[in-house]
Design a protein around this ligand. Structure first.
Ligand code: MN
Length: 193
């Protein structure tokens, strides 16, 4: 089984004006596709692992029976595939709020607005490429973290709830170096809160 690029659940232009259609098209059809292709190239060597859903592959990254180089490749490209597949589903042209999640966030971070400030600050402060995450830990509490490159909370045993792509390819065409503006506008595309 080969890993495949998932279809976007909306048009490339659906997140305008917050995220422009050209960025979405390149991000999905070029960047994400490249992660899928490179992951597939690595996994050709490991037919016994090829049926693993990508999230399982990433969750068990540290114990996979693969070479060190390929473990790093799976971390990068498998992580890239898993992270982007999740990211697309978090956004959309219409809100579909998750009231239970909003309550849990409000309880833990004082308020939804305060959470958004904290999350935005973490995203803005992350140096270089990577992602900011809201995760649920094994004890059930929520946590805001930032991870470099295509590293996934799944590898750390944490459950992803929300994430923003901080690679320049996610925003540079429209926002150039203005990551803060990208983050502020990105909230408008988030469906669940
Ligand atoms: Mn990306």
């Amino acid at each position: 089984m080969k890993y495949e690029l998932p279809k976007l659940p909306y048009a490339y232009s659906a997140l305008e004006p917050h995220i422009d259609a050209k960025t979405m098209e390149i991000h999905h059809s070029k960047h994400h596709q490249a992660y899928v292709d490179k992951l597939n190239a690595i996994m050709e060597k490991y037919p016994d692992l090829q049926n693993m859903p990508v999230n399982e592959l990433i969750a068990s990254l540290n114990t996979l029976n693969v070479s060190d180089d390929d473990r790093q490749g799976i971390r990068n490209h498998g992580g890239g595939h898993a992270n982007h597949s999740f990211f697309w589903t978090l956004m959309g042209p219409e809100k579909e709020t998750d009231d239970a999640l909003i309550k849990k966030i409000s309880d833990q971070f004082t308020s939804l607005e305060r959470f958004k400030e904290d999350f935005s600050e973490k995203a803005l402060g992350h140096f270089g490429s990577g992602w900011a995450w809201l995760v649920e830990t094994s004890s059930g509490s929520l946590e805001i973290i930032a991870l470099p490159n295509q590293d996934s909370p799944l590898t750390l045993g944490k459950e992803p709830i929300l994430t923003i792509d901080l690679w320049e390819h996610a925003y540079y065409l429209k926002y150039q170096n203005r990551r803060k503006e990208y983050i502020a506008n990105w909230w408008n595309t988030v469906r669940c809160i």
